[in-house]
Design a protein around this ligand. Structure first.
Ligand SMILES: Nc1ncnc2c1ncn2[C@@H]1O[C@H](COP(=O)(O)OP(=O)(O)O)[C@@H](O)[C@H]1O
Ligand SMILES: [Mg+2]
Length: 360
């Protein structure tokens, strides 16, 4: 064994002298791969265009005069008739095939359409400002700050009053949504967070923390990528499952799982401007304290949801109950804060739930 081990380097050395060509070959392979990739991309685009053409042609056929023919009668003779448009059943088929062509075309070359990052950022910025104004007007209850039209008709938005109010008021250093499960805390807090991301300055990291990477993906990134919930923003939330960063509105967002006390170490040395914490009471207290210390950029903010299961929990005693002394605002959510739940479900759950945080 040993002798063969000794021999090997000798055999390799002449090969090593020819290595310069190996890196050249690697470069050639890289170039060839890139050429193939570009070629494939070009052909995919061409195919997408052809499919779009098919769809357009089918669309034209939908209302165009046509000849309808079939073998009919006792003798099975070919008979045909001129129609000023296809029969209804055929129109239906045309529509189905056309839809498939469009879908495939879009898969190959996704529509440029949809709003760009800057557009979504400014939409979110405008929404944030409008909600803050509207909530203030609502509090003043004088039908608008100037007595004129309110900036935003809160009743028109697909969010509950409670959700909107919390989003409009989430301007403290620590913003905390707590209360019943499924009461709409996560959706409201995520919207407040992405409004902040849209207006974030260049310095300081943006982070999302949760019990694990998997819970962050499930509870935060998946809802954010749901167009039904977050509309055009969803396209600008990019994440590969298992990766420890995501991109939201073009900004890198660091994802930090904090299941145990060791997780605190992951925060050491970093400087953050924005942090979102999913289910804060599932995180170690040391992690939370460290996170607050890391949020050192002027104007830094923390957005967190929680469902404290005990009145003696450190988050309740140390923070929620001390809102008046701290730069903290907390909202207590009940099931009525979630506009997507049916009254029957709310009633059933309220009856079933006898924990500290009664539904209602
Ligand atoms: N304004 C809303 N419009 C539509 N669906 C909503 C809205 N708010 C919450 N939901 C939905 O209700 C469910 C529970 O909301 P979520 O924010 O996750 O509650 P919580 O974090 O309090 O448990 C989720 O499926 C969520 O998508
Ligand atoms: Mg939640």
């Amino acid at each position: 064994m040993r002798s063969s081990g000794r021999r090997r380097p000798c055999r390799r050395s002449p090969q090593r002298s020819s290595h310069p060509s190996r890196s050249t070959r690697a470069a050639e392979v890289a170039v060839a791969t890139e050429v193939r990739r570009a070629d494939l991309a070009a052909r995919r685009t061409a195919l997408a265009l052809a499919l779009q053409g098919d769809a357009e042609q089918l669309r034209a056929q939908l209302w165009a005069p046509c000849i309808y023919g079939e073998f009919a009668g006792k003798e099975g003779m070919w008979q045909q008739v001129d129609l000023d448009r296809p029969r209804f059943a055929d129109q239906r088929q045309i529509i189905t095939v056309k839809a498939t062509a469009i879908q495939q075309s879009l898969k190959l070359a996704p529509a440029e359409g949809g709003e760009g990052v800057e557009q979504v950022k400014s939409m979110l910025g405008a929404l944030g400002e409008a909600v803050t104004h509207a909530v203030n007007d609502d509090d003043a209850d004088d039908g608008g700050a100037d007595g004129g039209e309110p900036v935003l008709n809160l009743d028109r938005l697909p969010l509950s009053r409670k959700q909107l109010r919390s989003i409009g008021q989430a301007t403290r250093r620590i913003n905390l949504w707590h209360g019943s499960v499924r009461s709409g805390k996560t959706i409201a807090s995520l919207l407040a967070f992405v409004i902040a991301v849209a207006g974030a300055g260049p310095s300081g990291l943006i982070i999302i923390c949760g019990r694990s990477l998997q819970t962050i993906e499930r509870n935060c990134l998946e809802p954010l990528q749901d167009t039904a919930l977050f509309g055009p923003l969803a396209r600008h939330v990019v994440h590969t499952r298992g990766a420890t960063t995501a991109t939201i509105l073009g900004r890198t967002v660091h994802l930090i799982g904090a299941a145990d006390a060791r997780a605190e170490g992951r925060l050491r040395g970093l400087t953050a401007q924005l942090a979102y914490v999913d289910e804060a009471t599932l995180l170690p207290e040391g992690f939370w304290t460290q996170l607050l210390a890391r949020l050192s950029v002027p104007g830094a903010r923390l957005y967190a949801t929680t469902n404290p299961d005990s009145p003696r929990h450190w988050l309740k005693g140390g923070y929620i109950d001390r809102a008046a002394e701290l730069n903290l605002r907390a909202w207590h959510f009940k099931l009525s804060g979630n506009p997507s739940l049916s009254p029957e479900y709310v009633a059933d759950l309220a009856a079933e739930y006898v924990g500290l945080w009664r539904a209602g």
